[in-house]
Design a protein around this ligand. Structure first.
Ligand SMILES: *[C@@H]1O[C@H](CO)[C@@H](O)[C@H](O)[C@H]1NC(C)=O
Ligand SMILES: *[C@@H]1O[C@H](CO)[C@@H](O)[C@H](O)[C@H]1NC(C)=O
Ligand SMILES: *[C@@H]1O[C@H](CO)[C@@H](O)[C@H](O)[C@H]1NC(C)=O
Ligand SMILES: *[C@@H]1O[C@H](CO)[C@@H](O)[C@H](O)[C@H]1NC(C)=O
Ligand SMILES: *[C@@H]1O[C@H](CO)[C@@H](O)[C@H](O)[C@H]1NC(C)=O
Ligand SMILES: *[C@@H]1O[C@H](CO)[C@@H](O)[C@H](O)[C@H]1NC(C)=O
Ligand SMILES: *[C@@H]1O[C@H](CO)[C@@H](O)[C@H](O)[C@H]1NC(C)=O
Ligand SMILES: CC(=O)N[C@H]1CO[C@H](CO)[C@@H](O)[C@@H]1O
Length: 683
């Protein structure tokens, strides 16, 4: 878009920054510019007004969303304060205002022709920015658009003036399902971390989190030998005390109580993100067979024997306990990677669970696409199939033709594995070449694209049975492969590009972003994304220096919790004991012994191949990026590594990235002296 030039009274030629909407993620479908010289000037006096008749409609209500929006607006503008929200039935023209209301919109269909209630219209004029949507969620997405525009304008030139161009716009997503899956079965995550991921994803208009909440590591030398009970497995929903299901959660410290889960679900919902839980059976079920070994297929402890009379009742009792926890309209029963030879058992099981869950809760179910050839039975078309792989009867174009609703999670585009994958099968983050141009039709990926080599495998963007897409982050190597923040590093850019592609598609709409536009705005939007601080960004005390102390009287507390990489942490230490913690923070602790970094969320330790000498000064310089962390000691580099057990086939060393532990210095029994401490941000 060309930029307008304004003749000012001072006679200077000033480019008018607010001349048009900035490209954003995902892109806005249409915007017709008003007068090029008029703009909405956003100041800290802006009044957020919620239309009175609509304020309490919906759950979350329009007013609930407005309150979160107000906090987000403060975060993005860095205004210290904005006026309280007003509930009124018309915008007051006295004061610049943002008016949120419900009403008919021009955009009300997904690409597949189904009605959408997520579309919104917006109108920007000198004193007023109005957002109208059919439902509160639609208005919520409209507020994300406003915030992104603000972030991009302030990012470009912040002279205390935020101007948004006048005009009218309309926007709506192409697909109903725009989700991300987190494997929380093989890796433990605290609910608060997952909530932050929801909040982050929501900024890019992602509408669901598929939470894979039970699983086990896969390692044949354990599974099919004497030691199958020693292989890590987990079920994350904590049954109530004394429940008959207690045996399913032996590690209560790695499970969410109902209260923690409800809080997570509520936080996600408050940001427009529906939490779709998955309890995976009859494969991936080691956690169940450790509890009830009689239910396994002999010799295959991760598979349940569906023809044992107790198996299906046990699975139903699990769902029966936890269905009341879930507010989503759908749940996933997993149902992947089961034996093809038991196809009839499998299909009857899926259909029985579909009717059971529907009769108990009114919810419908999803399963992973699984090759289960049967001559006599077929899965009910009430079941949504989440495609991820191509064998046998799981070809999406054929499934949609047969009447199945399909969600695209095709692994060759949409799978990530925590830290690394076997033989580099999956990239660290979504492959940008594939996303922008690597599809079989020559364009970029979109929910209708299933193959990078054979376009006959792609559905049309408006296939009535294509519901959308879910990208997946697996954790095949378990708790010690990554810190939670490392998972965020893999997801941060991935969620943004995925948000664009699932909202807009590739080549469907003229408004679609180019890769250059995406690359230009992504860093600004990532840094501005409100409501969470997964980057662990901080305001340094001076320049790039977060803090600096010549002498320390331990224990010393600072005002910084945790500082995200890249950074350099320097100190000189003279310990008189191997006990104690040098630096402690929300995301990491650095112990004296072996200079081990501890991840407090998983309680895993990562030793350095170096031992501090007692009663002697050593100067240590820690350099961290999002990829790795090393210490420079006496001119030598030592890396903090983990060792991954890749499916029992081989071990693989991998780097660890740690946020700087910055809330306390010299604690938990530390004895000795620490001096010359500095924590400096790097770029
Ligand atoms: C946008 O707002 C302006 C100022 O309130 C109004 O004159 C105009 O009709 C509105 N446009 C649309 C499409 O609602
Ligand atoms: C499953 O359990 C049934 C009933 O106990 C038994 O007859 C059958 O052999 C078992 N199936 C397998 C594959 O072990
Ligand atoms: C599909 O769901 C509908 C509505 O819940 C129900 O009436 C029908 O029996 C189900 N069909 C099958 C094959 O399960
Ligand atoms: C949970 O408890 C087990 C057994 O005591 C321990 O091995 C594990 O590290 C603990 N996990 C966390 C996250 O604290
Ligand atoms: C640890 O250090 C010792 C001595 O410096 C060295 O011989 C050894 O190879 C190192 N081990 C690893 C895993 O790097
Ligand atoms: C990480 O866990 C695996 C089991 O999944 C184990 O084999 C490996 O030794 C652990 N690595 C470290 C560095 O603790
Ligand atoms: C860790 O990162 C460094 C720097 O990128 C690299 O040279 C080294 O090979 C990595 N180590 C492992 C085990 O991947
Ligand atoms: C139209 C169609 O089904 N095309 C192909 C999709 O992919 C499978 C497996 O790769 C092929 O066998 C199909 O012919």
């Amino acid at each position: 878009m060309r930029s307008f030039v304004l003749q000012t009274t001072l006679g200077f030629l000033l480019p008018l920054l607010a001349a048009c909407l900035q490209p954003q993620i995902p892109s806005v479908k249409s915007f017709i510019q008003g007068s090029p010289t008029s703009a909405f000037r956003l100041t800290s006096r802006v009044q957020i007004i919620v239309n009175a008749p609509d304020a309490h409609t919906g759950s979350p209500s329009l007013l609930d969303f407005a309150r979160t929006f107000k906090d987000d607006l403060i975060s993005v503008t860095q205004f210290s304060h904005i006026p309280d929200i007003i509930i009124d039935s018309q915008p007051s023209l006295a004061q610049p205002h943002i008016f949120l209301s419900l009403g008919a919109t021009s955009e009300n269909l997904y690409f597949n022709g189904n009605p959408s209630r997520e579309g919104y219209n917006f109108n920007i004029s000198t004193r007023s920015y109005t957002i109208t949507g059919m439902e509160p969620i639609a208005v919520w997405w409209g507020t994300r658009t406003l915030l992104q525009q603000v972030a991009l304008v302030t990012g470009a030139s912040h002279k205390g003036v935020i101007e948004l161009p006048s005009g009218t716009g309309s926007d709506s997503p192409g697909w109903e399902v725009r989700g991300f899956m987190l494997d929380a079965g093989r890796h433990w995550f605290e609910a608060s971390f997952i909530a932050d991921l929801c909040i982050y994803a929501s900024f890019f208009k992602i509408q669901s989190l598929h939470l894979h909440a039970s699983d086990n590591l896969w390692n044949p030398s354990f599974l099919y030998g004497q030691d199958w009970r020693k292989l890590y497995s987990a079920f994350r929903f904590q049954p109530p005390a004394y429940s008959a299901l207690s045996g399913i959660v032996p590690l209560r410290n790695e499970s969410w109580s109902r209260e923690e889960f409800t809080q997570l679900q509520t936080t996600c919902a408050a940001h427009g993100v529906a939490l779709v839980p998955e309890i995976d059976t009859p494969g991936h079920s080691l956690v169940i067979t450790k509890w009830k070994p009689e239910l396994m297929i002999p010799g295959a402890p991760d598979n349940l024997n569906l023809s044992h009379p107790d198996t299906i009742p046990t699975i139903k009792s699990i769902w029966n306990e936890f269905l009341p926890w879930f507010s989503s309209l759908e749940v996933s029963i997993g149902a992947d990677e089961y034996e093809a030879a038991l196809a009839d058992d499998y299909i009857s099981f899926v259909n029985e669970m579909s009717s059971y869950i529907s009769s108990q809760s009114g919810k419908s179910i999803r399963i992973w696409g699984t090759n289960e050839p049967s001559k006599t039975l077929s899965i009910s078309t009430n079941v949504t199939i989440q495609h991820w792989n191509f064998p046998g009867d799981t070809i999406p174009v054929e499934l949609t033709k047969k009447g199945y609703k399909v969600i695209n999670s095709e692994q060759s585009f949409l799978y990530l594995d925590g830290k690394t994958s076997d033989g580099g099968q999956f990239p660290t983050e979504l492959n940008q070449d594939l996303m922008w141009s690597g599809a079989s039709d020559g364009g970029g990926w979109a929910p209708n694209i299933f193959s990078s080599t054979d376009s006959s495998n792609n559905t049309s963007p408006n296939d009535p049975n294509l519901r959308g897409a879910i990208m997946a982050l697996w954790n095949d190597w378990g708790n010690n492969a990554t810190t939670p923040l490392e998972i965020y590093y893999q997801l941060s850019r991935s969620l943004a590009v995925f948000g664009e592609k699932t909202w807009t598609g590739s080549g469907v709409q003229a408004s679609a972003l180019t890769r250059d536009q995406f690359d230009r705005v992504y860093p600004v939007l990532n840094a501005a994304a409100p409501g969470q601080n997964l980057n662990r960004a901080v305001q340094p005390q001076r320049g790039n220096v977060v803090y600096q102390y010549k002498t320390i009287i331990a224990p010393l507390r600072t005002s910084f919790d945790s500082v995200g990489p890249p950074y350099t942490l320097k100190f000189t230490v003279n310990p008189t004991s191997q006990d104690g913690v040098l630096f402690s923070g929300r995301d990491s602790k650095l112990h004296v012994r072996s200079l081990a970094f501890e991840d407090p969320s998983t309680q895993k330790f990562y030793w350095l191949n170096f031992t501090l000498l007692l009663n002697q000064e050593t100067t240590v310089e820690i350099h961290a990026t999002r990829e790795s962390t090393y210490a420079l000691i006496n001119g030598q580099k030592y890396w903090w590594l983990t060792n991954l057990d890749i499916w029992g086939e081989y071990m693989q060393l991998a780097n660890m990235s740690f946020a700087a532990p910055s809330s306390a210095i010299g604690v938990d029994g530390f004895a000795g002296r620490i001096k010359d401490v500095s924590l400096v941000l790097e770029s």
